[in-house]
Write a protein that binds this ligand. Structure first.
Ligand SMILES: C[S@@+](CC[C@H](N)C(=O)[O-])C[C@H]1O[C@@H](n2cnc3c(N)ncnc32)[C@H](O)[C@@H]1O
Length: 200
């Protein structure tokens, strides 16, 4: 067996998607990228949950959605026509339902937030924790970025896939990390016990 055929390495994938979408939105994903990222998440979710299609379809939330097309889309910019216009740092103020898959494509730096979108600095800790509150156990959190984003909470999330996306020549590659939520946080447990009337 070659070293790149070992189990750990099988988590890694690379796609070459050179064509841009026609929409010309700043920072939008290459053609097919959004579809493939979600298709892969659905496939992994079915595998892990041991459901068979179409027994149950995973629910999808897309944050920092820009002009993305899939799932329930959240962006701060009304011109993107998302399903919900809000700051992802305040997601749980506006959304109550939970999801099986969350895809996040945030601006890649403070400079980019300001110059491309005229938006405020992001705090990964804060916006991830908002997403975490809305992700079901067993669900998949995908972070698409120019760097390998850290596992937000290794006690409760497992890295199940890494996808490197190559695009046009001289363009930076993107890295999509797939984190699966293994268990709820203490806050979720307290909230769900209060909701069901089960308070110790
Ligand atoms: C890299 S773009 C996403 C592009 C998208 N994946 C696409 O293909 O069109 C980042 C998006 O994050 C949005 N954004 C920036 N800060 C935000 C915030 N605090 N809350 C919600 N959306 C935000 C911007 O308006 C922008 O549409």
């Amino acid at each position: 067996m070659f070293p790149w055929e070992e189990k750990g390495q099988l988590k890694n994938l690379a796609w070459y998607l050179p064509r841009p979408k026609k929409n010309k939105y700043k920072g939008s994903m290459p053609l097919y990228c959004e579809e493939w990222l979600i298709l892969l998440a659905e496939h992994l979710w079915y595998q892990k949950k041991k459901f068979t299609f179409p027994e149950k379809k995973p629910t999808i939330l897309q944050v920092f959605s820009g002009v993305g097309q899939f799932g329930f889309r959240v962006d701060i910019k009304p011109e993107c026509k998302p399903d919900l216009i809000c700051d992802v740092h305040e997601l749980t103020k506006h959304l109550k339902q939970t999801f099986d898959i969350i895809l996040a494509d945030p601006p890649y730096s403070d400079k980019e937030s300001k110059e491309l979108y005229n938006t405020k600095k992001l705090s990964y800790k804060k916006w991830y924790s908002e997403c975490d509150s809305l992700l079901n156990v067993g669900g998949i959190f995908i972070v698409y970025h120019v760097v390998k984003m850290p596992n937000p909470d290794p006690q409760r999330y497992k890295t199940i896939k890494r996808v490197m996306i190559l695009s046009a020549p001289m363009h930076k590659a993107r890295i999509a990390l797939y984190f699966q939520k293994i268990r709820n946080g203490v806050r979720d447990v307290i909230v769900s016990r209060c909701q069901t009337g089960f308070i110790e």
